[in-house]
Design a protein around this ligand. Structure first.
Ligand code: FMN
Length: 169
């Protein structure tokens, strides 16, 4: 089996998860940032990762998936500022909506699984979100203290487990 791990990462969180997934995979494997790929080399399974941006997958990730992963086996890994578990049902519902948009971007592929975890909202990004004027994005900026340190070692271990579970028949 030949595996490709492809990621888009603006501030490094998704890259960390990509590294954990790559490390856990056996045999023939490659890891590459999305922007370095024109045409993905031949593979049996692509792990494709990106951060959630503006409540769904970033346009470049959706485009990559529709151009290069139609009809192919893929697994997604996603990072986001929202906590995976929340006491607030609105927050839980919003995260589920965001993840469903990621799944929807893969409607023409064979999606084998989706891993997601929290990723630190950097200080620069928090400032960018505040400047956006979008009240929901401004609210995200206020979440920064709760995101610091993510993905943490336990989440990276969960990513490794996800990789192995995805390739195990
Ligand atoms: C422009 C922008 C928009 C974002 N929008 C969301 C969002 O809608 N929901 C969310 O949970 N996180 C959002 N985030 C936070 C990122 O998804 C999170 O920090 C992620 O871990 C960043 O990954 P990276 O370090 O690989 O770029 C946004 C970040 C940026 C830069």
């Amino acid at each position: 089996m030949k595996y490709l791990v492809i990621y888009y990462s603006k501030t490094g969180n998704t890259r960390k998860v990509a590294g954990a997934i790559y490390d856990a995979l056996p045999g023939e494997k490659r890891i590459k940032p999305m922007n370095e790929i024109h045409t993905p080399e031949e593979n049996d399974l692509m792990f494709i990762g990106f951060p959630i941006m503006q409540f769904g997958p970033p346009a470049r990730a959706s485009q990559f998936i529709s151009r290069h992963a139609a009809g192919k086996k893929i697994a997604l890994f996603v990072t986001h500022a929202m906590p995976c578990m929340s006491d607030d049902p609105n927050q839980e519902a919003m995260l589920e909506k965001e993840l469903n948009r990621c799944r929807a971007a893969c409607s023409k592929s064979q999606l084998l699984g989706l891993f997601h975890c929290q990723g630190e909202l950097s200080e620069d990004i928090a400032r960018e979100l505040i400047a956006s004027g979008n009240p929901l994005l401004m609210e995200f900026a206020g979440m920064r203290p709760l995101t610091i340190g993510h993905p943490d070692p336990e989440e990276l271990e969960q990513a490794r487990i996800f990789a192995v579970g995805t390739i195990t028949p």
